[in-house]
Design a protein around this ligand. Structure first.
Ligand SMILES: *[C@@H]1O[C@H](CO)[C@@H](O)[C@H](O)[C@H]1NC(C)=O
Ligand SMILES: *[C@@H]1O[C@H](CO)[C@@H](O)[C@H](O)[C@H]1NC(C)=O
Ligand SMILES: *[C@@H]1O[C@H](CO)[C@@H](O)[C@H](O)[C@H]1NC(C)=O
Ligand SMILES: *[C@@H]1O[C@H](CO)[C@@H](O)[C@H](O)[C@H]1NC(C)=O
Ligand SMILES: *[C@@H]1O[C@H](CO)[C@@H](O)[C@H](O)[C@H]1NC(C)=O
Ligand SMILES: *[C@@H]1O[C@H](CO)[C@@H](O)[C@H](O)[C@H]1NC(C)=O
Ligand SMILES: *[C@@H]1O[C@H](CO)[C@@H](O)[C@H](O)[C@H]1NC(C)=O
Length: 468
């Protein structure tokens, strides 16, 4: 009885702790970034379950879905290596602000296991602006566009629909359509998800928002690839934002990756290029360059790779309306799947009486599962037990190759005496590789034939074997 009571108390104390679980160190990394809260979650945390973000507001808990995230200023996506990236604008819903210079956000990541059990990992972040707000700021995020500016005495949102007279709109009506209009003590804010119905057009203080959205909409434009470089081209002057082009003046154009600017030395070292002319800004990145990610794919048993990089562009200009406008773009770009047939190299030295075969070159996301030798399947431990040596060679650029050494005398290697003291050994391999974490199998065959002269001299015991 006493024991049961005690147990009950212990359970009650444990349960809340259990639900607010601890993850291994390094699972979550939080950072205050310029204009947004940032968090990355390690891919290992996501394996075997799903996840959800909940924003904790004064009025309760709001679970993020695509529509709510886009109208409220939250972005989350899984990048190529499988890590979960979360960004929240300083002006996102439920962010509390102290005179537009200090911002606090409370949220939690919810992990849902295969039995639909939820585990909560709560976070509370407070960040300050490192740079003063520019008079006008625009951000083109992956899932929304946000514009905000210093409060002018009057501001208004006008809604145009084809075939209907333009009408002024109040914030709550705009909100019911998925837009967000709000003001803080010093700024007015407008946010619009991409892919809103095309028949609608909105102007905020006389500026066409739909046009800006179309210019910056990321849905289709994933960059262009010419075989060596992955490039993204953006208009230099966003005409709906700049009314008189002759008054337009660039103040600064800078690039970065993963939402952070890079210093010129790093940009040079990685061979990135930022090109600006009259009409366009172009960022160009060599295939495979540091800062991006290579991902393996298998399509119809053809090995392919994709190179992807999350570009970031920051542009400040002056025009007739605003002393400075800062425009920031988050731009994930990727190459199409590029077929890259792995190659087999025969490194056999006959005198060693061992087949040496190299198969490469693969991304780190490729593992060797097993293989067959002359049709007989072998697991890796079985192969090692039978005197087959398998080595994974790491290249300095992060790629790898597999080296297999099979003795000529291995029982699975057929040998044929072909006359003139020459004996022929044949190795047929069928490699089973696996792409992680997707578990896509890829098979690669290899055949190595080796003839050895002077069999009598070096292989006397075999000559006597074949004599009977
Ligand atoms: C906003 O406009 C709509 C439609 O004109 C109206 O029904 C609603 O009452 C207005 N809301 C506010 C808060 O003014
Ligand atoms: C608008 O901003 C105020 C504070 O500036 C905030 O209390 C309110 O929740 C915001 N409305 C929405 C819908 O985000
Ligand atoms: C400006 O740059 C773009 C993108 O790099 C290019 O396509 C275009 O030809 C350039 N225009 C001029 C006038 O150089
Ligand atoms: C080799 O690995 C693949 C992928 O894991 C698996 O489906 C297959 O059964 C394995 N074959 C042998 C012989 O172990
Ligand atoms: C990585 O290094 C290997 C071996 O030096 C080379 O063959 C391969 O082309 C390199 N791959 C990339 C993407 O640079
Ligand atoms: C290698 O194994 C796979 C899976 O069993 C099979 O589909 C493929 O035909 C084999 N390739 C060769 C050359 O034997
Ligand atoms: C593999 O290399 C050995 C040694 O150079 C050579 O004797 C043999 O013919 C080669 N086999 C194939 C299939 O290329």
């Amino acid at each position: 009885m006493d024991f049961k009571l005690l147990l009950g108390v212990v359970l009650c104390m444990l349960l809340p702790l259990d639900a607010k679980a601890q993850a291994p160190p390094g699972t979550f990394v939080n950072e205050c970034r310029d204009r947004y809260f940032w968090m990355t979650t390690k891919s290992s945390f996501l394996i075997g379950g799903t996840f959800r973000f909940d924003i904790i507001g004064n009025d309760g808990i709001h679970s993020l879905d695509d529509a709510y995230s886009a109208s409220c200023g939250f972005t989350y996506s899984v990048n190529i290596p499988g890590d979960l990236i979360f960004r929240a604008s300083f002006l996102a819903c439920h962010v509390s602000s102290n005179s537009d210079s200090e911002f606090s956000l409370r949220f939690r990541i919810v992990r849902i296991d295969q039995f639909s059990r939820e585990t909560y990992y709560p976070f509370s972040m407070t960040c300050s602006t490192t740079k003063q707000w520019y008079p006008r700021e625009i951000v083109c995020e992956e899932n929304y566009m946000e514009a905000q500016e210093a409060i002018m005495s009057v501001w208004q949102v006008v809604f145009h629909k084809t075939g209907q007279p333009a009408k002024s709109m109040n914030a709550s009506l705009a909100q019911s359509w998925g837009y967000m209009i709000n003001s803080t003590s010093t700024r007015i804010l407008f946010r619009s998800p991409y892919n809103m119905p095309e028949s609608e057009m909105l102007t905020v203080n006389g500026i066409q928002v739909e046009a800006i959205r179309q210019l910056s909409s990321t849905s289709k434009d994933i960059g262009t690839f010419d075989g060596t470089h992955l490039a993204w081209v953006a208009p230099r002057v966003l005409t709906p934002l700049v009314l008189h082009i002759e008054k337009f003046q660039d103040k600064d154009i800078a690039m970065g990756v993963d939402g952070k600017l890079l210093d010129p030395a790093t940009i040079r070292r990685r061979n990135y290029e930022l090109k600006v002319n009259e009409t366009f800004v172009e960022i160009s990145v060599p295939y495979g360059a540091e800062g991006g990610y290579l991902k393996s794919r298998v399509l119809n048993n053809q090995y392919n790779r994709i190179y992807a990089i999350d570009l970031y562009l920051e542009h400040q200009w002056a025009d007739d309306l605003w002393e400075v406008t800062q425009h920031r773009s988050f731009k994930p770009v990727r190459t199409p799947s590029i077929a890259e047939t792995p190659f087999v190299v025969n490194n056999t030295i006959p005198a060693e009486k061992v087949f040496t075969v190299t198969l490469g070159i693969f991304n780190p996301d490729v593992e060797l599962k097993n293989f067959t030798i002359n049709g007989v399947p072998l697991t890796l431990p079985e192969a090692v037990n039978q005197g087959i040596v398998l080595t994974e060679v790491q290249h300095p650029n992060g790629t790898k190759s597999f080296v297999l050494k099979v003795p000529f005398t291995h029982p699975l290697i057929p040998q044929k005496y072909i006359g003139n003291g020459v004996r022929e050994f044949t190795l047929n391999i069928n490699y089973t590789l696996n792409i992680i974490p997707e578990n896509e199998p890829y098979f690669h065959p290899a055949t190595i034939v080796c003839q050895i002269k002077d069999v009598g001299k070096y292989w006397g015991w075999e000559v006597s074997l074949s004599a009977d």
